[in-house]
Design a protein around this ligand. Structure first.
Ligand code: 0WD
Length: 256
């Protein structure tokens, strides 16, 4: 029996089989969790339907996190399938492409800043708030994905680094807020992985090559490795861990 047997998990952010969320869903399915999924817009629904089928689920719900009504509606709809659930995977991030290339100040506008923070950080707290009645008192777990650019100035990551710094603070405040009712909140800081979102970052291949040459493991990480760590962090095996950022990056962050 898998270590997530009996757990129900809502997975956001599946866009393709390359998505980090795919690796997470795969590991959670293997460990016995029941899964539900979200999609952002109608034209992407078919892909998410395919993922759901692959993981034995028929719960696929719409949620564009820029819309309050869709966040509320998501959990109202989920409540019709499940009277409660245990795991919320937030694998959502976005910044306008022009903000993810070249100089930080060149791509900086009030609008780019707002969009990056709204979709990549605010959405975690907004989803946690709307999910609260369904997650309360179950020993549940919320997990998001962050990146080293939150703590270090990295070329091209720019305004997304600010949004990820906000996201990591968000994890700590949510963990403090939801801890008394038994819900844990954590982040995985993943090393660079070639996904659709990553391809929006200028010179992404260079970042990947640099990690592969220099990380202690001399390679990058896979969505399977992030998925395994996510399954652990959201399981009862990690019942003492909350408010943390866990690195799954082949050790890259430990370099001086
Ligand atoms: O190297 C990487 N790939 C890393 C990614 C390293 C470290 C962290 N991350 C983070 C990302 O910043 C993101 O938070 O992991 C998370 C998942 O990213 P991913 O798996 O790399 O990317 P992808 O498969 O493209 O999924 C991200 C998704 C969106 O895809 P697009 O390409 O459409 O932006 O976030 C979702 C969407 O599925 N998303 C939204 N979901 C709900 N409402 C919205 C929205 N408004 N916008 C984007």
């Amino acid at each position: 029996m898998g270590f997530l047997h009996g757990k129900r998990a809502l997975v956001t952010g599946i866009l393709s089989q390359r998505s980090i969320a795919w690796g997470i869903a795969n590991a959670m399915h293997r460990e016995g969790a029941q899964l539900a999924f979200t999609y952002v817009e109608e034209k992407l629904k078919d892909r998410v339907d395919e993922a759901a089928t692959a993981f034995g689920s028929n719960i696929v719900l719409k949620c564009d996190v820029t819309k309050d009504a869709e966040i509320e509606g998501l959990f109202t709809d989920l409540g019709k399938h499940w009277d409660g659930f245990d795991i919320l995977i937030h694998s959502i991030g976005f910044a306008p492409r022009e903000a993810l290339a070249g100089e930080f100040l060149d791509g900086l506008t009030r609008e780019n800043f707002a969009i990056a923070h709204d979709i990549s950080s605010y959405s975690l707290a907004a989803m946690a708030k709307a999910a609260r009645p369904l997650m309360k008192g179950r020993g549940g777990s919320i997990l998001t994905l962050t990146y080293l650019g939150a703590e270090r100035a990295l070329a091209n990551y720019n305004v997304m680094g600010l949004a990820k710094a906000s996201l990591e603070a968000n994890v700590r405040y949510l963990a403090y807020n939801l801890g008394p009712e038994g819900t844990r909140v954590n982040a995985i800081s993943a090393g660079p992985i070639k996904t659709l979102a990553a391809s929006g970052i200028a010179n992404f291949r260079k970042m990947l090559d640099h990690v592969e040459e220099n990380a202690p493991l001399r390679r990058s990480v896979t969505i399977e490795e992030v998925g395994n760590a996510a399954a652990f962090l959201c399981s009862d095996l990690a019942s003492g861990i909350t408010g943390e950022v866990t690195y799954v990056d082949a050790g890259y962050n430990t370099l001086g």
